[in-house]
Design a binder for this molecule. Structure first.
Ligand SMILES: [Zn+2]
Length: 167
């Protein structure tokens, strides 16, 4: 079976999200896209998928395999592969300083930065956006993603599409 491959961003033409692209919503409202995909699956009942359904499926899959371009701030040698969420009693900390590559010595640096607080070391997969609780935390992580994938500002649907379309 041939892999589905769109050649441009998908833009909603009607409804509440008219004019918005699936590509930008990956950053701005991942939770909605995830819910919407499951809803489309339910409604199609395993039958023929619409263009929107196929495009969204492709995008969600691609969101878990993007390669960061930012160099590891710990060693400065290899691109980052993970970021950490540090948990404090009054919130969380996410940021470029808390990112690292696969080297054990770089992961150790994160451990030092966390200074005894609980933390999780996670891959740059968009699905992690679903795990965060508040809108503010989600936006903070989305900003980190834009940074490590070196997306130019302002983020346009075309720039976002190019990221997801990269091999
Ligand atoms: Zn490193």
């Amino acid at each position: 079976m041939e892999e589905y491959r769109p050649d441009e961003p998908y833009v909603f033409k009607h409804g509440k999200r008219a004019g918005k692209s699936l590509e930008k919503l990956m950053f701005d409202d991942y939770e909605f896209l995830n819910w919407y995909y499951h809803d489309l699956n339910k409604r199609s009942k395993g039958g023929e998928k619409t263009e929107l359904h196929k495009h969204l499926e492709w995008l969600l899959k691609r969101g878990q395999t993007r390669k960061p371009k930012m160099l590891c701030p710990q060693c400065g040698q290899r691109p980052v592969t993970r970021f950490s969420i540090i948990f404090y009693s009054d919130g969380i900390s996410i940021g470029t300083v808390y990112t690292c590559c696969d080297a054990e010595s770089c992961k150790d640096e994160i451990d030092i930065l966390a200074s005894g607080n609980t933390y999780q070391l996670l891959p740059f997969h968009f699905i992690v956006l679903n795990r965060l609780r508040t809108k503010g935390e989600k936006l903070e992580l989305a900003e980190l993603f834009k940074h490590v994938f070196k997306l130019k500002k302002p983020l346009t649907k075309q720039r976002a599409f190019e990221l997801f379309n990269e091999d």
